[in-house]
Design a protein. Structure first.
Length: 171
């Protein structure tokens, strides 16, 4: 099945200069990158991205982590990968959430670590399933930032300029 998935190179990945290595690893999948940007992560965006983690004891640190506050890198690199089996292919290469349990040749196994506070700094994020991919792609990107039509969009007029927005906002 042709699908799309969100990939984030997290602030530790950027600080450790891993962008090139991670993109090289991901190119093994032969998937296509259809959107990419370097972006600041506001507390609001971070809270929306990790809203299902609110009750976790490490939630506060997780937000600080993705906002770049632990790495003096207030940005992430966000990408959409597109193609056959994109979600499972990228998750497979990423490896398990816990970098100590991840396959040592996976991206997280090779480059991740657990902080003394117990947060898994695992260098990349990637969507778990189709529903999560749709929610996350719509949260991180606008329709015009993606070079293929992934989800229905509509055109709205803002200050007399027309722009496209998602027909159905992320949930
Ligand atoms: N996380 C953590 N400790 C845990 C579980 C998760 O620090 O026990 C962090 C980790 O950075 C992970 C993120 O929270 O990537 C989101 O967790 P999720 O369960 O969604 O894992 P993922 O989908 O990233 O593999
Ligand atoms: Mg997840």
């Amino acid at each position: 099945m042709i699908e799309q998935t969100l990939v984030l190179i997290k602030p530790d990945g950027l600080k450790k200069s891993l962008t090139g290595n991670i993109l090289t690893r991901l190119s093994e999948t032969k998937l296509e990158i259809v959107a990419t940007k370097i972006t600041r992560v506001s507390r609001e965006l971070a809270g929306e991205h990790y809203k299902h983690m609110k009750d976790k004891p490490f939630y506060g640190e997780l937000i600080e982590y993705i906002c770049g506050e632990l790495h003096q890198r207030r940005k992430v690199m966000a990408m959409v990968y597109w193609g056959e089996g994109a979600i499972s292919k990228v998750r497979q290469l990423a490896g398990a959430t816990n970098p100590e349990e991840a396959d040592p040749v996976s991206i997280r196994g090779a480059y991740g670590r657990i902080t003394t506070k117990g947060v898994y700094e695992n260098v990349i994020h990637t969507s778990r399933d189709k529903e999560e991919a749709e929610r996350e792609i719509k949260l991180w990107f606008s329709p015009e930032e993606i070079i293929v039509d992934l989800y229905p969009a509509r055109t709205v007029e803002v200050n007399k300029a027309k722009k496209k927005v998602w027909a159905q906002e992320h949930q």
